[in-house]
Design a protein around this ligand. Structure first.
Ligand SMILES: [Mn+2]
Length: 315
């Protein structure tokens, strides 16, 4: 069974690296930290390498042990978490590519199965939720610290339990509350608390938000100037795409976020029936049925036209 093979590889390996996708969100950081802590209980000392981390998750236990890079040239084992595509491990692909063995653990239905061993469950609402069953199978105790990391990923990826949650999500929440995990605090720190730059970006995006196709599409954007003027940091645009989706009658929310000159990350959310992962794939990206993204080159007007044409086909 895949899980047995994964455990075998972990036990065999001396030098282990844990990697995740670029612009890491709560699930990416939460699952990476949870995996690190779990492996420590097996007397392993893996490196977690995460570039450009958002400060929003600095409340996670042992977050100070994260590395931005490593002098180890060749790891015995690389584990990629919450990462649909090898390309997403941008700039850090070499740590993955060079490792002797590669394991992929993920919940994106668009995962390209780029590991030697792939454990992908597209039904799981967060990569963190996959880890619960996995650690239990491995006989690893889910401590308060591991529980905090896992719950952070679940709360952020489900928009605060509002989508894709399963009964296991709530059973787990109950269990870790019993061992002292403060779920309200994770909610507040991981999801609700906004810094000033993030609030300022939201304000600008809301001002520009427009409705198209009889109010079924909400569209807005953030430019490089916005990011500069607000002194925004990595992750400060998180949540903006949800604003459009939460408006009555909107089926698809589109949010363009400048990454560099003439380059935008297109975030897509749907309310009910549109599968935005199909649209993201058409744009060279991927994701889930109700949440997906792609990196697209062009001006705002060009990209807007292209994305809306794709969305219209599905409305
Ligand atoms: Mn995720």
């Amino acid at each position: 069974m895949t899980l047995d093979t994964i455990l075998e590889e972990i036990k065999k390996a001396e030098k282990i690296v844990i990697l995740t996708h670029e612009a890491p969100d709560g699930d990416a950081i939460g699952s990476s930290m949870a995996f690190k802590l779990a492996l420590e209980s097996l007397n392993k000392n893996p490196d977690v390498i995460i570039p450009e981390k958002s400060k929003n998750f600095n409340f996670l236990p042992k977050i100070e042990t994260l590395k931005e890079n490593s002098d180890i040239q060749k790891y015995d084992l690389a584990i990629a978490l919450d990462c649909a595509d090898c390309k997403i491990l941008k700039g850090y692909t070499e740590y993955f590519e060079r490792a002797n063995k590669k394991i992929v653990i993920d919940h994106h239905s668009t995962n390209t199965m780029y590991g030697d061993i792939n454990f992908v469950n597209p039904v799981a609402p967060a990569c963190c939720q996959i880890l619960i069953g996995m650690f239990e199978y491995f006989g690893i105790e889910i401590t308060k610290e591991i529980g905090e990391c896992i719950m952070t990923g679940i709360i952020t990826d489900t928009g605060g339990f509002s989508h894709n949650t399963t009964y296991e999500t709530f059973e787990f929440a109950a269990e870790i509350m019993r061992i002292g995990v403060n779920i309200s605090q994770i909610f507040r720190m991981g999801l609700h608390t906004k810094n000033k730059a993030s609030f300022e970006l939201q304000k600008r995006a809301m001002d520009r938000l427009e409705f198209l196709e009889n109010g079924k599409i909400a569209f807005t954007y953030i430019t490089l100037e916005d990011l500069e003027e607000t002194c925004a940091m990595q992750g400060d645009h998180e949540g903006i795409v949800e604003i459009g989706r939460n408006i009555e009658n909107v089926e698809v929310s589109i949010f363009l976020h400048a990454t560099k000159n003439n380059c935008y990350k297109v975030s897509l959310r749907s309310q009910d029936y549109v599968d935005v992962s199909n649209i993201a794939i058409m744009l060279g990206g991927g994701g889930h049925q109700k949440a997906a993204a792609a990196n697209v080159k062009g001006t705002i007007e060009q990209i807007k036209e292209r994305v809306i044409a794709e969305v219209k086909k599905q409305l």
